[in-house]
Structure formats: C-alpha cells, structure tokens
Design a protein around this ligand. Structure first.
Ligand code: ADP
Ligand code: GLC
Length: 487
C-alpha cells in the first residue's frame, strides 16, 4: 500500500450527498468519503447541484459563471458551505434545471432534460475552477451524472492554463444506470460529432454518459473488489463489459465504508435506546419500539426480519413476494421500508394484509425509520441479484442485526456465512437468486436464532467488524497518486 504523505487538492463532483440530496448509497458515500479524506489532511471541494429540496440559500454566495450548454446563455451560481473542517461543499445553482423537488425525475418518470441538467453540472464545475484559477490535483467524478466531466475536460480544457492535464478518477456505483440520450444531443452540448463513435460515447445508436466516464477518466474505480470483477462479464456488465474490460489495467475495486458518527447504536439519536456489543438491553427496547411502531404483536418473541431498500429488480424483493405462502408459514415477523416498483410493493403489501400482527410495510422514504429498523430488527434481508457494494448490510452488522444476503458484489466481500462449529461468520449467504436459495438462508438464520448462545456470539462478531472509511480512503489516495503518475 502506498503511503500518501502529501496533501492533495481534490475536486469531488457528485449528484447526491447526504444529508442534502439522497436517493441511495451514493449520497452516503459522497458525504462520508470526502469527510474521511479531509480528516486525513486533504483539501476536498465537493460540488452538488442545488436541488429544490435543499433550502435556499444553501450557503454563502461566492459568484457565478457562464456555462455554455444547449446553445443557451446559462449561468450557474455557486454557494459555499463548510460542514466540517477542511471540507468545502459548493452548491451549483441554476433554478430552471435544479429547482425541482426530484433529483432525476418525478411521478411521471425521468426528467426529459436530464442530458442537459447533468452536462451543465459537469461544465459548471470545470468553469468554476477555470474562472478561479483553481487547479485541483485530481477530479473525482461519480456515476453517469458526471460521466461527461472527463469528456469535457479533454475536449475543451486541454490548453487551459489552469485545467490542462488534470487527472480524473471515475467511480462506478451502479453500472445499471448509464445515462443514455439521443445522439442528436451532442451538438447542443457543444461536443463534436466525432464523439458519437464506438470508441467514444456511442452505445447502441445513443450516446452513453457512463461510457464517457469509463473511457475518458485516467482511473476507474468501483465500490467492491468482487463487483470490479463482475462488471467485466456479460452477466453483470449491462452491455458495457467490453468497455469495462478495455480499462481493466486501470480499474480498482475499493469497498465503501461506514460513517460511524451516523450509524452506531451507541449514540444514534433516532433509536429508542443505546446499546453495544457488550450489552443488548437497549436492542431489546429498540425491537419492542419497532414492533409497536408497525403495530405488530410483541408476544411470543419471534425473530424480526427487516428490509430497507429501493424496491427494484436489482434488489430481488420480487423473490420475497413470490415466497408469500412459505414465508407466512414460518415463525417470523417482518418489517419493510422501501419505495419502488408497484408490483413489488403490492407483493409485500399482501403479507401485511394476510397477517397484520406479524408483517408491517411502509412504502416511503424515511431516513430516521431506516435507523430504527437497523437497530430493532434481528436480521436484515438483502436478496440482491447484483449489488455493487451495499451499505445497509454494513450498517446492520454494527447494530447486531444479522444480514441475510445473496452472494454477489460487495455483499460477498463483506458478509461471511455463519459457521456454528468454527464460531465464525457474520451473516447468512445464499448462492442462487431464487426462492429456494432465499428460503434456505432464512431457515438457516431462524435455526441459528433459536440457539441464544451461538446467536449472541454471532451478534458480537458482526458488531465488532470494522468498516470505517480510513482504510478505503487510503486506497483512494493510492489511486489518486497512481493516476497522477500515469496522466
Ligand atoms: P443503493 O444505493 O443501491 O440503494 P445501498 O445499500 O448502497 O443501496 O444504500 C441504500 C441507502 O439508502 C442506505 O443508506 C439506506 O438506509 C437508504 N434507504 C434505502 N431505502 C430507503 C427508504 N425507503 N427510506 C430511507 N432510507 C432508505
Ligand atoms: C449504488 C449501489 C450500491 C452501493 C452504492 C454506493 O447505488 O447500488 O450497491 O452501495 O451505490 O456506492
């Protein structure tokens, strides 16, 4: 491992950042990783669009610049705030694009101008740096929303006295969301038609922002070692496996970490009572409070399975819905929090209809309730078909809530199957994304729960696993430094 002695100036551009704007784990990572890097002495400047859900003004006004996108004269305003020492967050304001309540869409689907909204965001970041003469050592971009950032940098800033040859790192959080837009968009974006080719942005007759990030950044990372291997195969590559493979020499899988200031039962303001690995009394109180919150019976004491997730194909909860009868027949309770596909929601709702004393569902986004489920459940179910990293299993382990996961991506890298005899393992892991696999893992968990001694040991092992960001931040430092050598 490289030891990074020098402080680095990092520009970090992301479309989500907790607590300001969140639809999933990207927001958690974009809050925690910059904080961890700043704590290690680096100068980190994060850029985030000022969405309508973020109170205005989001910080101190520090100026505006002209941003040429979609042939119109648009201007971006910049507002700065410093949530923690060494960490700057700059909100990019352009009301026609961002002053909406949704990040990417509304009840009618994705916004029709997402191609321009996020191209604008990328160029605004670059134009801000250029206009200030601010030269970062590295620009770190994330997912398709910032996939054009390295493309613009190479297309327009190659001779710029401030930004020429600034290296970029592009992190894939989820290859399933790629940002596909009509090839006709290139012209209005100010990008040459020559980019609409197979070795650049073209994908199946469209242009693909994710592909831009994959091909134009100096280094590519993703959020677990296993996902880094998986996305080079047709099964997980979402059609981009050949592109990903072409970058295999510059591709690194770095596990996400946990911000334990946010997610720790010893000092979590959202939960009924604190607890830790040596004293589970608080956890019992949290379970009772959670059962009461969902209106479930507290007697007899049955194991309580929690679900906190986007309810989309990736996450595999259609398998749970398909297991209605066998799951109703088992001695367990279940609480689910999520939003997503109507059929999956309907499938889960049916459990609560059939037995409201044991099954509770909430189809909403509630960050505080997510903490209470992490704390009050005995197990957390994550049957993902693919999972780049996954954060909820990392959180659940700290709360002694044992993850039941499918063997994929970051889930295999972070959860080891329980072995009573060897007194090893931190959860339950099943191989195949089908009902048989799911029920097998749930049965393994239920029979382990029935033996209090080994279950307590399992909880202690899970609670003492350390996924703090320090080690992962160090790995990003190594990527930033390697990148500077290779640019
Ligand atoms: P993904 O990013 O694919 O959705 P992760 O496990 O990486 O999956 O991160 C999910 C994050 O979103 C976690 O912080 C989880 O607590 C949160 N989350 C998911 N669904 C909800 C919900 N309905 N309400 C509150 N938080 C949620
Ligand atoms: C994505 C992935 C998830 C990952 C998160 C943060 O949303 O689906 O597995 O944990 O990004 O990297």
């Amino acid at each position: 491992m490289l030891c990074y002695a020098l402080a680095v100036r990092i520009v970090y551009a992301s479309s989500e950042m907790a607590p300001y704007a969140k639809t999933g784990g990207l927001a958690d990572v974009s809050a925690a990783l910059p904080k961890a890097l700043a704590a290690r002495g680096h100068e980190v400047t994060c850029f985030l669009p000022r969405y309508g859900s973020i109170p205005f003004p989001p910080g101190r006004f520090i100026g505006s610049v002209h941003v040429p996108v979609d042939s119109l004269h648009r201007s971006a305003g910049f507002y700065e705030s410093e949530p923690s020492a060494g960490l700057r967050v700059i909100f990019v304001e352009h009301p026609p694009f961002f002053d909406r309540s949704g990040l990417y869409g509304d009840a009618y689907g994705d916004f029709g101008d997402n191609a321009f909204r996020f191209a604008f965001f990328c160029r605004a970041v670059l134009e801000f740096c250029r206009s200030r003469g601010y030269r970062p050592d590295v620009i770190h971009a994330h997912d398709w929303q910032t996939g054009l950032l390295p493309v613009y940098l190479k297309a327009f800033y190659g001779d710029d006295p401030t930004l020429h040859r600034v290296p970029t790192v592009f992190t894939v959080h989820n290859l399933a969301y790629q940002g596909h837009f009509s090839a006709e968009t290139l012209g209005p974006l100010g990008l040459p038609d020559s980019l609409a080719t197979e070795d650049a942005l073209e994908w199946d007759g469209h242009i693909c922002y994710m592909k831009g990030g994959l091909l134009f950044a100096e280094m590519v990372t993703t959020v677990s070692p296993t996902y880094a291997r998986e996305i080079q195969t047709p099964e997980f590559g979402q059609g981009l496996e050949v592109v990903v493979r072409s970058r295999s020499a510059d591709l690194v899988g770095i596990l996400n970490g946990v911000d334990y200031q946010e997610w720790d039962p010893r000092h979590d303001p959202h939960i009924a009572a604190p607890f830790d690995e040596g004293d589970h009394v608080g956890k019992v109180a949290c379970k009772r409070a959670l059962l009461a919150e969902f209106g479930l019976a507290t007697e007899p004491d049955l194991p309580l399975i929690g679900i906190i997730s986007r309810l989309v194909y990736q996450k595999g909860f259609d398998l749970v819905a398909a297991g209605l009868e066998p799951l109703l027949a088992r001695r367990l309770r279940l609480v689910a929090l999520g939003t997503g596909e109507p059929e999956v929601e309907e499938g889960l709702r049916e459990f609560a209809r059939r037995d409201p004393s044991r099954f509770g569902v909430r189809f909403e986004y509630d960050q505080s309730l997510a903490h209470r489920i992490e704390a009050g459940a005995d197990m957390l179910l994550i049957p993902s078909r693919f999972e780049p990293c996954g954060l909820t299993q990392l959180y659940s382990m700290r709360y002694g809530t044992i993850p039941i996961v499918r063997a994929t991506g970051g889930l295999v890298d972070t959860v080891q199957h329980f072995d009573a005899r060897a007194k090893a393992g931190t959860g339950f892991v099943f191989e195949y994304a089908d009902l048989t696999g799911l029920l097998w893992a749930i049965d393994e968990a239920l029979s382990a729960y029935a033996r209090p001694g080994p279950w307590s040991d399992l909880m202690r092992r899970a609670m003492t696993r350390d996924f703090s960001w320090g080690l992962s931040a160090e790995r990003y430092e190594a990527v930033y430094s390697r990148d500077q050598i290779n640019v």
